[in-house]
Write a protein that binds this ligand. Structure first.
Ligand code: ADP
Ligand code: MG
Length: 283
């Protein structure tokens, strides 16, 4: 049995009623889609196949992997339609919005919230790593809240296929600010699952202070900062943040991927397990 069977556009439209646009990324448009039979709501990710030219076999393999992914902090895939010019991925619909927007709205998070979110993201990434999947594109746009409540769970999305598509656009600035990219990617050293821990470290830093650890107007300078792993905890913004939080970040933003914490070490860190004193309010 083929993993992705060939479909016509009419097959998708016969099965789902399309609604509002939920978001866009570099490669896809995501629209609300209601199953005509069950009335269940999904998020349908529509990918232009022109972007995947020459990688059809890899995409088929990737989709078979994605279909098996099941984890409470990962957006699941329900089914997939492979039409001549587009791929339609039918995903669980989550309504809480992007972590990106919550950072923009709220500035930063309490340590308790940041710890809980980091734990959930890391558990999801650890699971993906166990399945042989490296996310490679972890950033707040690809982390979605399940619902609108302040203590909503977070879910990881946009993995697997992203890397196939990304390879076609390797690090072109067109693919977004490279704020979350690890040094070994920039140095083109060949990279594995450790790249995800770097990105998680960047996200955790932002959760606690509201601005990124590496930033410069010029991409060349930014790349330089990342490759040297040069960042600091500016006293003006970090003086009230626990030393345990800083200790964890310092062990995630390590240039050498071998010395960098892996997901197990992150999950065992006192700031994540709750063994450290974690402030619940912003001071
Ligand atoms: P791309 O590969 O183009 O970056 P994404 O999978 O990141 O596509 O989706 C783009 C945007 O669509 C996300 O940033 C998010 O705002 C929205 N989105 C994606 N998946 C879902 C979903 N399952 N439920 C609700 N919104 C979603
Ligand atoms: Mg995305």
């Amino acid at each position: 049995k083929r993993i992705t069977t060939r479909h016509a556009k009419s097959d998708v439209e016969r099965a789902y009623k399309f609604g509002q646009e939920l978001g866009t990324g570099n490669f896809a448009v995501v629209r609300l889609a209601e199953h005509r039979g069950t009335k269940q709501k999904y998020a349908c990710k529509i990918i232009n196949k022109a972007l995947c030219a020459g990688k059809e076999d890899m995409i088929e393999t990737e989709i078979s992997v994605l279909k098996k992914v099941k984890h409470k902090y990962i957006v699941g895939m329900h089914e997939c339609f492979d039409t001549p010019d587009k791929l339609y991925l039918v995903l669980d619909y989550v309504s809480g919005g992007e972590l990106f927007d919550r950072i923009v709205d709220e500035g930063n998070f309490t340590e308790a919230d940041a710890s809980r979110i980091t734990k959930q993201m890391t558990e999801a990434i650890q699971y993906l790593h166990e399945q042989g999947i490296v996310h490679r594109d972890l950033k707040p746009e690809n982390l979605l809240f399940r619902d609108r409540s302040p203590n909503s769970d977070i879910l990881v999305t946009d993995f697997g296929l992203a890397k196939l598509l990304n390879d076609n656009v390797v690090l072109k600035t067109a693919c977004g600010t490279p704020n979350y990219v690890s040094p070994e990617i920039l140095m083109q050293r060949g990279y594995g699952k450790q790249v995800d821990v770097w990105s998680l470290g960047v996200i955790l830093f932002i959760l606690l202070c509201g601005y990124p650890p590496f930033y410069d107007e010029s991409d060349a300078v930014l790349f330089e900062l990342i490759m040297k792993g040069r960042f600091d905890f500016d006293e003006r913004y970090w003086k009230d943040i626990s030393k345990e939080a800083k200790h964890l970040i310092s062990n995630m933003l390590v240039v050498d991927p071998i010395k960098r914490y892996d997901t197990c070490q992150v999950l065992q860190h006192p700031w994540i397990t709750g063994k450290a004193h974690i402030p619940t309010v912003n001071l």
